[in-house]
Design a protein around this ligand. Structure first.
Ligand code: ASP
Length: 589
């Protein structure tokens, strides 16, 4: 039986079909009334086809066309006709032809829409999320999700071809150690107890290595009850992977092949580095002020501590004497910034946690600084060392190494944006390696794992766990791209003793470690192979491969920053009956 709705899609007809009688179904994208002729651009996922309704040739169909409005769903039947040469549209796949409707049926009308589909003007967040299914009708929104599908599909094929087994792991799980807050799900059968939704399949994938699967992957949903932060979603998707009997370089080589293949075979982006650089963490912090540097442009941080150490400008000299640093970035061509703009830079530095900025503007007649306490020869030495040219602006910040990196790292990105240096068509993937094992949590007075507590220390750092934990280096590796962290991974601890020791170092008592992670600790005693893995974030990968900076653009049904689903209207209170079944009582504040 032939399909009653269509013989072709709206993106298919070309000169080869001229003379054929066809049927198309789709949405009224645009309608132009030219008196006795009405033109309708009919749209479906595959494209647009121009349909012509003539009062003279097909009065009945013409009558239907008169009543059509935007986004009505219709079916048309008619003949494919070549457009006159001068009316052809080379930008449209079907631009050489049009369909002269002999018959038309309205399959379903549409109310006036809250925003246009055919004109891609920005839509306020509330309408965008509430009417997401309408927003997704837009060409660009739909194409991004189709691209997401192609990326996922390509990755599945890639990993399958290399022997990876795709295995699903539970959603109803137990607390996982990624460091965010867990979403809890009350158990009806066990009153007062809760499952946790997984922040990642981390423990399951390690257990699958202990089971002997050797190579695992999963396109896995990860749920983290994070505080509202710009461009975060409570659920995200990872390409979760784990492998046995591998070194760090084995994992990186595989990722490198995968990322290069994705960029070159699936996307239309330009790959900046091939092979991908492996950059030690300390070098990333020193040169770009960040462990997720945007490598598409320069403006690297330069250390002038040695020059200013002996200067009469006490703020800098004392900072260096106290073990701090003075570093700067050279912004090309901005020596002429106005006083007001320089004040804004200063305010930005303070907002980022710095004390303020000292600037040096390099002019034709010499360099001027924002403070008269910097001696001319010191200014000269700074200009010479930073290789600033006439017309450049040097921005200097003095503070603890951590604050200097944070402030200048962000300032570098700000000016990268301002100077148009962050080209979305370019992707600069790189690996960051040799991360520290721990960072010090001032508030809670304890060591936090920089990655997570299953990450292995580098062999030469093992003794440091007892003597100088903050100097210990781990087997963690990250993938970064365009200033975003795309993935973290590591070679794991696979022996119980070291795992218990590490858990205690990050603040768990032995009892807690055993009660929360007893299953894993025990599994490590049953012949756990050496293993390691990684979990590239699919959402971010799609972002960089489609050139968008908004997470929401690559997710079909995103939530607001506060985690509300405006379309489904969720979360909502549970009914009395649901609460009773779950043995839960809601208490007021
Ligand atoms: N589970 C880790 C994460 O979500 C990734 C990994 O170690 O494989 O960051």
């Amino acid at each position: 039986m032939t399909n009653p709705y269509r013989t072709h899609t709206c993106g298919e007809l070309a000169l080869g079909h001229v003379g054929q009688e066809v049927k198309l179904s789709g949405w009224v994208h645009r309608r132009r009334d030219h008196g006795r002729l009405i033109f309708v651009d009919l749209r479906d996922r595959y494209g647009l086809t121009q349909v012509v309704f003539s009062a003279d040739r097909s009065p009945e169909a013409y009558e239907v066309a008169k009543g059509l409005r935007s986004e009505y769903v219709i079916r048309v039947q008619g003949e494919v006709v070549a457009r006159p040469e001068d009316m052809r549209n080379p930008h449209l796949k079907t631009g050489d032809i049009e369909v002269w409707a002999g018959r038309a049926d309205v399959l379903n009308p549409a109310k006036p829409l809250p925003f246009e589909i055919d004109i891609e003007k920005p839509v306020p967040e509330a309408a965008n999320l509430k009417y997401r299914y309408l927003f997704l009708r837009r060409e660009s929104a739909m194409q991004r999700l189709i691209m997401r599908h192609r990326i996922t599909h390509w990755v599945r094929n890639f990993l399958n071809a290399r022997g990876f087994v795709e295995i699903e792991t539970p959603l109803l799980s137990k607390t996982t150690p990624e460091g965010a807050r867990d979403f809890l799900v009350p158990s009806r059968n066990f009153p007062g107890t809760f499952y946790a939704l997984p922040q990642s399949p981390q423990q399951y994938k390690e257990l699958l290595m202990i089971a002997g699967f050797d190579k695992y992957f999963q396109i896995a949903r990860c749920l983290r009850d994070e505080d509202p932060r710009a461009d975060r979603q409570p659920e995200h998707t990872q390409i979760d992977m784990e492998m046995s009997f591998v070194t760090r370089e084995d994992v990186l080589a595989l990722l490198e092949e995968m990322l290069i293949g994705l960029v070159e075979e699936v996307s239309d982006r330009k790959l900046l580095f091939k092979p991908l650089p492996r950059i030690p963490y300390a070098e990333a912090i020193a040169r770009w002020g960040s462990d997720k540097p945007d490598l598409r442009f320069g403006l690297e941080l330069q250390d002038v501590s040695a020059i200013v150490a002996k200067s009469g400008f006490r703020a800098f000299a004392q900072t260096v004497a106290a073990g701090g640093q003075v570093k700067g970035i050279v912004v090309p061509g901005l020596a002429g910034l106005s006083r007001r703009e320089l004040d804004e830079v200063n305010a930005r530095v303070q907002q980022l946690g710095g004390k303020g900025v000292v600037w040096v503007a390099v002019g034709e007649g010499g360099a001027r600084a924002s403070t008269s306490h910097l001696e001319p020869e010191v200014i000269q030495a700074i200009v010479a060392q930073t290789k600033a040219n006439v017309g450049d602006l040097i921005l200097l910040v003095g503070d603890t190494p951590k604050t200097v990196a944070a402030v200048l790292g962000q300032l570098r990105l700000d000016f990268g944006d301002r100077l148009g240096l962050r080209d979305p068509r370019v992707v600069a993937f790189a690996f960051i390696v040799d991360f520290p094992m721990f960072e010090w949590d001032e508030e809670r007075q304890r060591y936090d794992p920089v990655h997570h507590m299953f990450t292995r220390p580098r062999p030469d750092s093992l003794p440091l766990l007892d003597t100088d934990p903050l100097a210990a280096v781990s087997e963690q590796y990250d993938i970064v791209c365009n200033g975003l962290e795309m993935a973290s991974g590591s070679i794991r601890i696979n022996e119980r003793g070291l795992q218990e020791k590490d858990m205690q170092m990050v603040g768990l008592s032995l009892e807690e470690a055993r009660s929360k992670f007893g299953h894993l600790l025990e599994a490590l005693e049953f012949g756990a192979p050496p293993h390691g893995g990684v979990a590239p974030g699919l959402d971010r990968l799609v972002m960089v491969l489609t050139g968008t900076t908004a997470l929401r653009d690559v997710i079909a049904f995103p939530k607001t920053q506060r985690g509300e689903d405006l379309m489904m209207d969720s979360p909502i209170p549970a009914t009395e009956e649901q609460l009773r079944e779950l043995h839960i009582r809601i208490v007021g504040d």
